[in-house]
Design a protein around this ligand. Sequence first.
Ligand SMILES: Nc1ncnc2c1ncn2[C@@H]1O[C@H](COP(=O)(O)OP(=O)(O)O)[C@@H](O)[C@H]1O
Ligand SMILES: [Mg+2]
Length: 255
Amino acid sequence: MTPDAEIALPGGNVGGAVRVGDTVRRPTGPWTPAVHELLDFLAAAGVERVPRVLGIDDRGREILTFLPGHVLAIGTEQPSAAQTRSAMRWLRAFHTAVAGFPRQSRRWRFVERALEPGEIVCHHDTAIYNLAFDGDELAGVFDWDVAGPGVPLDDVAMYAWNSALLHPEADAAEMVDGLRTIADGYGSIGAGDLLDHVPVRIVAATDRIAAGQRAGDPGMLRLGEIGEPASTLARLARLSARIPELHARMAPGSP
Ligand SMILES: Nc1ncnc2c1ncn2[C@@H]1O[C@H](COP(=O)(O)OP(=O)(O)O)[C@@H](O)[C@H]1O
Ligand SMILES: [Mg+2]
C-alpha cells in the first residue's frame, strides 16, 4: 500500500506542520509531553475542536487528528462577528475545563514551573491563524506548542490583537465595537479591561520571542527572519498611542 502523501500545511511561521491522510504531523520539543498531557486532559474533559494526540511517528513527529474547517486567509479575510462570538464561547469553555488541569510544575515551551494562584494553562496563541471555522462556528484550534501558565485574559487579548480591529490605523468606533464583541462573546469581562491587557500580553510575547532567540530556539529564530519581535513592538507602540482615545469612546455617555 502506498503511504499517504505529505501535504505541507502553510500558515505558520514557526512549525513545519504537514498533513498525512487524516492526521497532522508536527515537530516536537521538550515541551511536547506537557502539551500532550494537556490535549489528553481536554479530550477526557470533553472539550471539542481540539486535535487529539495519536502518538509519535517514526520520524519523531507528533501525530494529531486533522480537524477539517476553513482557516481565514491572513490579511484578506476577517472573522465575522458571529465567528468571533463562537471562538470566544469556545475559549470560555476551554478555560473553564482547563481550570481542573493539575497545577504542579511542567516543562512548557517558555517556562518550567507550577501554576500560580489565579493562573490556568492558556493556549497562548488563540489568534485567527490558529483557528478553523465551519460557517459561523469555530471548528478547530491548532498549534498548542506555546501553551503554558497564564491568566484567562491572555488568550482573549491575543485574539483581539490579531484581528484587524486592533490595527493601529483602524477606525476608533469599529475598534470599540470589535472589542465589545470579543469581550461579550467571552463573557464577564469588560472591553476596557481587555484593551488594557493587550499591551501586557504582547510585551510578554515579544519578551519570550527575544529570549528564545538568545537561547537559539530554531522556531524563534525563524520569527527573527521575518523581523520579530521588532515589528510587533513597533505596531504595539502605534496602538498604545490610541488607547486613551479608545477608552474615552468606551466611557458611559460618549456617543
Ligand atoms: N490538527 C490540525 N487539523 C487541521 N489543520 C491543522 C492542524 N494542525 C495544523 N493545521 C493547519 O496547519 C497550519 C499550520 O500548523 P500550526 O499547528 O499552526 O503550526 P505552525 O503555526 O507552528 O506552523 C494551521 O494554520 C492549520 O491550517
Ligand atoms: Mg500556527
